[in-house]
Design a protein around this ligand. Structure first.
Ligand code: SAH
Length: 332
């Protein structure tokens, strides 16, 4: 998984087979859900049996929890025994997969369960692609959207991220415009992503209206000033002609006052953007509270008065601990 049609064709030819077997292999891996090469019944039996030990790179579902709203959280076991979380989020028109990019996360944001659990390793590109195929197969429905908003910081794993985006686009058939990469911001990496000139949406976890507050919530923000982060975001817009979305977690009494909203609006003046407010989802070892509806409405109103497009991300999957920031491998 992760190999293109050309690469698979070269591989089958190297095995002494005709080129059309490459297309068959591509079809079975990416569309038919083959988990081993033995599954590919159109291959001659004799050849197939010699391929029994060639890994495709699929994970196994260790655990699956369904929330009342239909959202399903999966714990997937990787080849080396590590476990990651993936979430399938269905609506009438869409099936969105929230994929992990790392096992754990090194960013240690104060409000995020994944950050509290520490970091193990980067995911390989096939381990990212596998998550999408797994959700697609389990729901028996085509995945329409991908959000890189699961465990980990995608821009710390650029090579595998970019390889996965390419393959999910060209091999699995999901439009780049239907993919969103979410980052807390790593110096220089948004610029590097912009240079790839992809058509994916960039979402930036801003979460604070000034640098001081941001550093308190996000320790990794210390060497990366808000102005520098926003400057890279502007470059992203220029290079790609795509809008940047900002995510802003709402923590009661911490960053949710109308004054924070106006400060935020000042920073984003003249920026073609959209703010996605995420009312805090409770995690066990943080002391924050989710603001009430009136507080949220007041925050929204200030932004709207400044003509900033804003939406509130109502949490899906809360009951399965599958909502934003709640992913942490806890059981299998
Ligand atoms: N590391 C990337 C990808 C994670 S996306 C990033 O930071 O953008 C997950 C989103 O959920 C991020 O915006 C993250 O800050 C947010 N989040 C983390 N903990 C949360 C919590 N407890 N409640 C609500 N949102 C949370």
């Amino acid at each position: 998984m992760g190999a293109s049609l050309d690469e698979l064709t070269a591989w089958v030819q190297h095995q002494g087979q005709l080129a059309y077997r490459g297309r068959q292999l591509h079809q079975w891996v990416y569309q038919q859900g083959a988990r081993t090469l033995l599954d590919i019944s159109v291959f001659p039996k004799q050849w197939r049996e010699t391929l029994a030990d060639v890994p495709i790179g699929r994970s196994t579902i260790g655990h699956r929890v369904q929330a009342p709203d239909g959202t399903i959280k999966y714990l997937l076991q990787l080849a080396d025994g590590q476990i990651i979380e993936t979430v399938g989020i269905p609506t009438d028109k869409r099936l969105t997969v929230c994929v992990s990019s790392q096992v754990g996360c090194p960013m240690a944001c104060d409000f995020c369960a994944t950050g509290k659990g520490g970091f193990q390793r980067n995911l390989k590109s096939h381990e990212i692609i596998d998550q999408v195929l797994t959700v697609q197969e389990d729901f028996q429905r085509r995945v329409s959207n991908i959000v890189f908003m699961g465990m980990g910081e995608p821009l710390l794993n650029m090579d595998n991220l970019l390889a996965a985006v390419r393959s999910l686009n060209e091999d699995v058939g999901i439009g780049q415009r239907l993919m969103t990469i979410s980052t807390v911001g790593i110096p220089g990496r948004i610029r590097a992503l912009a240079a790839e000139k992809l058509q994916v949406t960039l979402a930036v976890s801003l979460h604070a209206s000034n640098q001081q507050l941001r550093e308190r919530l996000i320790p990794s923000a210390k060497p990366y000033g808000l102005e520098q982060l926003l400057a890279e975001c502007r470059e992203y817009v220029q290079q790609t002609n795509r809008r940047v979305t900002f995510e802003y977690i709402l923590l009661a009494g911490v960053n949710d006052l109308p004054a924070h909203a106006s400060e935020l609006a000042r920073h984003l003046r003249g920026f073609q953007t959209h703010i996605n407010l995420i009312p805090y989802n409770p995690i066990s070892d943080a002391d924050y509270q989710r603001p009430g509806r009136r507080r949220i409405r007041a925050f929204v109103k200030v932004l709207e008065e400044q003509h900033i497009a804003v939406s509130v991300r109502y949490s899906r999957g809360l009951a399965a601990e599958a909502a934003c920031g709640q992913l942490r491998v806890s059981q299998i």
